[in-house]
Design a binder for this molecule. Structure first.
Ligand code: NAD
Ligand code: MG
Length: 383
């Protein structure tokens, strides 16, 4: 039996993970679960899965859960408790599916404890890629991507990387791929969150609409596959059937295809190097609409340009960009700024923030906090 700690259990990736676990009750045991505020949902999950630990990072929610919970589950409160369950000696695999920078510390704790990390929280790599990859190496942790593009590349590289010339991430282009630039000013959060192919949390849905998600993924790929920005390419593919490709010097291209459903990616991370059923149906290529491919428009999707620039600049630029993006996206979701302002806020924050090299986790955290403060000031001056 494999003991799983599921961080971010109430989210989109969390729920999909549980649905794969449901298909394989003889293989996987839910050892620990975490959520932020949604204690009622957590209560139901505890009734179903009877985990050893349930962590609510919000103290008030933890208290509510403690008062209601029955059975042997121990309720823990606060962000520090995430590290406890991520590194617990009885934990075998950690699904890191918290959204945003809040997921970094616990992903790192899993790496330091030498676990199999099924990494959905791409922000861990964007913020602290060097530190995180070093911790994986030093502690013989196993890092399996839980992002459809990176899982595709990981799968395509199972035969080795001899002669690799570049990797190519596919991007759906989000809901506004064909919308004229002039129309982007009036987009509402609901429109931005209505992704044509993937059902996801609100923050990553907005990131997909601005293509910042692809920008974060370019940085994620840089660290996961140890490749420079020049060897990472992006192609827009609205049908999301080809999940990404690897190009080789001999003219070969390997791609991974499938219906757009994260359960395939999650089940692969849980069963690697084997494959198990995920609940996702097979592709029927004869039933698919024609597959289209376009070069990305870096003017319309300025966030993608900013991410490539931040990766090339290195150091604190990536963390600064991520922090400014998190603040800008939540301000957009609150109705404080317009959709098109997101990229402007990020660019302005990058101009104002100090550029440094981040060698320690403390430096990463301080940079993240500073960048958030600058982004908030920029928004106040702007909105
Ligand atoms: P979501 O918003 O649906 O869920 C987020 C989870 O994190 C919830 O369980 C929530 O309780 C928890 N959480 C939120 N804020 C927290 C905080 N401050 N402290 C601790 N926990 C907190 O998000 P999601 O769509 O499932 O995405 C999770 C991660 O996976 C993100 O990093 C995202 O980029 C990545 N990812 C998601 C998808 C997808 O299809 N949804 C695909 C690839 C990668
Ligand atoms: Mg992705």
């Amino acid at each position: 039996m494999i003991n799983i700690t599921l961080l971010g259990a109430t989210g989109s990736i969390g729920k999909s993970t549980l649905s794969v676990v449901d298909l394989h009750p003889d293989m996987f045991n839910i050892f620990a679960l975490s959520a932020h505020t949604s204690w009622q949902e957590m209560l139901k999950l505890c009734q179903t899965y009877q985990p050893t630990f349930a962590v609510m990072t919000d103290a008030h929610a933890a208290e509510k859960l403690s008062n209601k919970i029955q059975g042997d589950t121990v309720v823990l409160a606060g962000a520090q408790a995430l590290n406890t369950i991520a590194s617990h000696e009885q934990t075998d695999y950690v699904m890191a599916a918290i959204v945003g920078a809040a997921g970094m510390d616990s992903s790192l704790a899993a790496a330091q404890a030498g676990k199999r990390i099924m990494l959905a929280n791409k922000e861990s790599l964007v913020l602290a890629g060097d530190i995180f990859m070093q911790a994986v190496k030093d502690n013989q942790a196993e890092l399996i991507p839980v992002d459809s593009e990176h899982s595709a590349i990981f799968q395509c590289l199972q035969g080795g990387r001899s002669g690799l010339s570049k990797i190519q991430l596919t991007a759906s282009g989000g809901p506004f791929l064909h919308a004229p630039l002039a129309e982007l000013g009036t987009i509402t959060p609901e429109q931005a969150c209505a992704h044509p192919n993937w059902s996801m949390g609100r923050k990553i849905s907005v990131d997909s609409a601005t293509m910042m998600n692809k920008g974060l993924e370019v940085i994620e790929a840089h660290y996961l596959f140890n490749l420079p920005a020049d060897c990472i390419d992006v192609v827009v593919h609205p049908q999301s059937i080809i999940h990404s490709s690897v190009y080789f010097e001999d003219g070969s291209t390997l791609s991974q295809l499938g219906n757009p459903d994260m359960r395939t990616v999650i089940s692969y991370a849980m069963s690697y190097p084997d494959r198990i059923s995920s609940g996702v149906s097979s592709l029927d290529l004869t039933q698919n609409s024609p597959l289209e491919f376009y070069a990305p428009d870096f003017d319309k999707f300025a966030c993608l340009r900013l991410a490539f620039e931040a990766l090339k600049k290195g150091g604190s630029a990536m963390g600064t960009m991520n922090a400014a993006n998190e603040i800008a996206v939540s301000s957009f979701l609150n109705g404080q700024i317009k959709f098109v302002d997101i990229a402007i806020i990020i660019e302005k924050t990058l101009e104002l923030a100090k550029h440094t090299h981040l060698n320690t986790l403390d430096a990463v955290i301080i940079n993240d906090q500073d960048a958030r403060a600058i982004a908030k000031e920029v928004i106040q001056a702007y909105a």
